[in-house]
Design a binder for this molecule. Structure first.
Ligand code: PHE
Length: 467
């Protein structure tokens, strides 16, 4: 074990860094869409229950593994239990796969932010703009590399002057921006096509539970959607929380920090819903709400800003800056999981590790960008989606590797080293462990079974049940 390891200087520094990782594109472009699709308030309630049980258990485990071993994801699992080093390798491959394409998407966000700031923003609302941008030769590469470079510079500055310092500035600004835009969104109304639609009506679609006509299989879909979203949203199973946990001081109250991280992540997801659903509903009606992911962020939302008239540009600037900050604090955490792994495994400096990963990510980033033009091909994933290189990397990391890492972590903790090891780590400084029994049952039985179902369903295993 190394004793020259840096640590977060304060508990708020750790909470904001971890929340910075958790709050990302998933909160903004998937959570609101899933809630609107899956029965509004029904999805919210199920999501909250799962966050307090399932999410809480996995998050606690990973952070505690980090703090206990004081090791990076690559080396932590083997340190914890001889023979489990392979799990560390898997937990390190996940962020290495995500990093290149996350930076490409970060580059898209940067491009849009620049458009709104520079004044040529109305172009982004034209049909075909997004496709022509991402299929162009040079621009997506340039913006993606700027985003990757910025992330590397921050991580190169280290745990305190990099991750902690930037999270402490960016996360509060993000919170203020999202609250401001959400309030604005609720005041909107529009009757351009003869029917009056208001922001408050949109809020109802997002918040009020819709149970009529709900079949058992619909209910199952809601649970699966909530679980998949939660898992991704808390940045679990990609080594990140192990890396950040390894920088938490031994006298820190872990349980309190974990609760705060969960509240922050869920709060921002709900605020994103209050911001997006009413705005899209007011200007595009319920049809507009069928988009999620890039289609929502880069095609529908610019049209909403255009429809807002004179306010559109300023709200657009604030919105894309907010998304940029969310994406940057997430990409910082992905890179830190990799850099800390290289440092611990190969005993190299932070500088060397960062530069090495910069070039690895650069090569794959070029491939991802070329996947939309020179290397374009169509590939159908097991879930029926037509995919390019970006989607394939996303699918393999999210649907295959992450569930494997998470299930293995549950087995390692629940059955090999035993949950008591984690409970001991959390409580070793005298701080409490709320929901202790729940944690044990979750990590031994319920979480691995739920994860297995999620994993199998990503290959359509239970489609026959879902009709
Ligand atoms: N948790 C982030 C979100 O909700 C996503 C993320 C993915 C963060 C991968 C880090 C790494 O969007």
């Amino acid at each position: 074990m190394k004793n020259d390891r840096h640590s977060f200087s304060s508990s708020i520094g750790f909470v904001l860094a971890a929340a910075g990782s958790a709050v990302g594109l998933g909160n903004i472009w998937r959570f609101p869409y899933l809630a609107a699709k899956d029965g509004g308030g029904l999805f919210l309630v199920i999501y909250l229950i799962l966050a307090l049980t399932f999410g809480f258990s996995l998050l606690t485990s990973e952070i505690a593994i980090g703090r206990k071993t004081k090791q990076s994801p690559l080396t932590a699992y083997g340190t914890l239990k001889k023979g489990w080093g392979k799990l560390g390798i898997a937990a390190c491959i996940v962020p290495m796969m995500i990093m290149p394409y996350y930076c490409v998407i970060g580059g898209w966000v940067l491009r849009y932010a620049v458009s709104y700031i520079a004044g040529d923003w109305t172009a982004t609302a034209q049909d075909g703009y997004f496709t022509s941008f991402i299929t162009s030769d040079i621009a997506p590469i340039v913006y993606g590399v700027i985003f990757l470079g910025a992330t590397c510079l921050i991580i190169y500055r280290g745990v305190n002057r990099g991750i902690e310092a930037f999270s402490k500035v960016l996360m509060p600004i993000l919170l203020v921006l999202i609250i401001g835009i959400a309030i604005f969104s609720l005041t909107l109304s529009n009757d351009s096509d003869g029917t009056v639609r208001t922001g408050l009506q949109g809020l109802k679609i997002f918040m009020i539970p819709r149970l009529e006509g709900l079949s058992a299989s619909d209910f199952l879909v809601v649970i699966m959607d909530a679980m998949g979203q939660l898992f991704y949203s808390l940045s679990i199973a990609m080594g990140i929380m192990v890396a950040y946990g390894s920088y938490v001081k031994d006298d820190e109250n872990l349980m309190r920090s974990i609760n705060q991280i969960e509240i922050f992540d869920t709060g921002v997801a709900v605020l994103a819903g209050i911001m997006i659903i009413p705005a899209v509903f007011v200007f595009m009606g319920t049809d507009g709400m069928s988009a999620s992911g890039p289609g929502l962020m880069f095609i529908s939302i610019p049209k909403v800003f255009l429809a807002m008239g004179s306010f559109g540009r300023i709200i657009g600037v604030l919105f894309f800056l907010m998304v940029l900050f969310a994406a940057l604090t997430s990409s910082m955490s992905i890179l830190e999981a990799i850099v800390s792994s290289f440092m611990d495994q190969f005993s190299i400096s932070r500088k060397k590790a960062t530069v090495t990963e910069f070039f690895i990510a650069l090569i794959f980033e070029l491939l991802v960008c070329l996947g939309y033009n020179k290397l374009y091909f169509e590939f159908t994933l097991p879930n029926g989606v037509t995919a390019q290189i970006l989607d394939i990397m996303d699918y393999v990391s999210n649907n295959i590797l992450m569930p494997i890492v998470a299930i293995s972590t549950c087995i390692l903790i629940g059955w090999v080293i035993k949950p008591e090891t984690i409970i001991e780590e959390v409580t070793k400084n005298g701080s409490g462990f709320g929901r202790k029994k729940l944690y044990v049952v979750m990590i031994k039985y319920i979480a691995p079974i739920m994860l297995l179902i999620l994993f199998l369903q990503s290959f359509g295993f239970f489609n026959f049940l879902l009709g």
